[in-house]
Design a protein around this ligand. Structure first.
Ligand code: SAM
Ligand code: SF4
Length: 439
């Protein structure tokens, strides 16, 4: 039997890329590839890239430069670029970095086996189409290997919202939802392989409207169907848009027992002027009212969000409105970014904020978010949470898992395995995690 070929995949960016990397690895599994953790061992290196901010895209080119030596030592090594940089820059990547053999966009990776064969025949391979065929359907025969207790499952892709700063509608294409029966089938399969928690993914996951048995299904409808799967214990979803928080989804947060009390709901700014210029189509007030309704349905829900500071023409007053909104919401987690100009997006043409001013605002915002995060985490001490254990911790005899609220929880000296779900009393709050004892 011939030795399996080795595949090294490096994933940048969002959770959808993590999911896509798994699927690419499976697609190449059919060509005799097994994954390796070391680029030095690899016969193929794939960088699954992110184009959301300039820094993320530039990282790819510096990483590619580092493979020059490897390629010189091993001329048969194939190097590929996948994901959103591949989609946005296409052939330009091969021009800028000639050692790249393969470029594949996020909608075409089910064609990887053919593209890989092309590179083995000594040709360069490029595919950044938005093909008619369903890539998920082509990739449906996942290998039946055992899995860890948590998994991502993409249910919706693309975006039609065109926020003025964002490349997603250009790199991931128009909004498309997968049919419900295929998602349920994939979820069942994941559960049979050991998965107990599924996070449904989409750029605008709550805009999900996939075909169901009686017409289009909403995300809440899909969650209720997943709720029926025996052995599946927890359901999460990300990322949501405030305008697509439908009544049935808000209600499900109060009534669906497997849906976890955590919601990532990016607002981006607390200033109505900036929100309008961002083309966000919600106001700070409508967002706050929405959160009030969500908290009425599920009072203990932990909120998370995304912010952009230094968006073109943001003044100190606009920024203060963002701080005010954060004070009102009190996020358990939040991701904040300095605005990054993306060529081709409308905001790129607008007057930019002084970068030092933007840095200063980012630090002030992050300090406030960190304070809230800390207070919310510290308030867990003394409470009992339910933890899904995922893996051993760094210390001997320690296991780590996640609470309902997505806090990392460490437990020592208990007889636990990955996949166990236990009540844990929280005894201490550390820098980024909690510690507790199994009840
Ligand atoms: N669809 C989600 C929403 O509408 O909130 C967000 C998806 S986007 C991939 C993830 C986050 O990246 C955004 O919420 C935004 O905060 C950030 N982001 C997107 N474009 C950016 C840019 N040009 N500069 C800085 N941050 C950006
Ligand atoms: Fe980007 Fe989200 Fe806006 Fe769509 S809704 S354009 S993914 S930020």
């Amino acid at each position: 039997m011939s030795e399996p070929k080795k595949l090294y995949i490096k994933t940048y960016g969002c959770q959808m890329n993590v999911y896509d990397s798994e699927r690419m690895s499976e697609a190449l599994g059919g060509q005799g590839y097994v994954e390796t953790q070391s680029p030095e061992d690899a016969d193929m290196i794939l960088l699954n890239t992110c184009h959301i901010r300039e820094k993320a895209a530039e990282k790819v080119y510096s990483e590619l430069g580092r493979f020059k030596g490897l390629k010189a030592e091993k001329p048969d090594l194939k190097i590929g670029v996948a994901g959103c940089v591949a989609q946005a820059e296409g052939e330009e990547i091969m021009r800028r970095q000639p050692l790249v053999d393969l470029v594949v966009g996020p909608q075409s990776y089910h064609r990887l086996p053919e593209l890989e064969a092309k590179t083995r025949a000594g040709e360069k391979a490029l595919d950044t189409d938005f093909p008619e065929e369903d890539k998920f359907e082509k990739l449906k025969n996942r290998p039946k290997a055992k899995r860890g207790p948590t998994a991502f499952l993409t249910v919706q892709e693309g975006c039609d919202k065109f926020c003025a700063f964002c490349v997603v509608p250009y790199t991931r294409g128009a909004e498309v939802s997968r049919p419900a029966d295929r998602i349920l089938h994939e979820a069942q399969d994941l559960v049979e392989r050991g998965v107990r928690e599924i996070t449904l993914l989409g750029q605008n996951v709550n805009a999900y409207h996939g075909a169901g048995p009686d017409g289009d299904m909403t995300l809440a409808g899909l969650i209720w169907e997943l709720n029926k799967i025996d052995g599946l214990e927890r359901i999460r979803f990300t990322t949501s848009h405030p305008n697509d928080m439908t009544d049935d989804l808000i209600e499900a947060h109060g009534t669906c027992e497997k849906l976890m009390p955590y919601l990532h709901l990016p607002v981006q700014s607390g200033s109505d002027k900036i929100l309008k210029r961002m083309n966000r189509s919600h106001t700070a007030e409508s967002y706050l009212r929405l959160i009030e309704r969500i908290r009425e349905a599920r009072p203990d829900i932990l909120m998370s969000g995304d912010f952009i500071v230094g968006f073109p023409e943001e003044t100190e007053e606009d920024f203060q409105a963002t701080l005010d909104l954060v004070e009102q919401v009190r996020y358990g987690y939040a991701y904040s970014f300095k605005y990054s100009t993306r060529p081709g997006t409308p905001a790129a043409e607008r007057p930019q904020v002084d970068p030092q001013e933007a840095d200063d605002r980012l630090q002030r915002l992050q300090a406030l978010i960190t304070r809230h995060q800390r207070e919310i985490q510290d308030a867990m001490v003394g409470r009992t949470v339910r933890v899904l254990f995922e893996k051993p911790g760094r210390l001997a005899g320690q296991m780590v898992g996640k609470s309902e609220y997505l806090h990392a929880v460490h437990v020592s000296g208990a007889d636990l395995s990955a996949g166990d779900l236990r009540n844990v009393r929280i005894t201490a709050s550390g820098a980024n995690s909690l510690a507790g004892e199994v009840l």
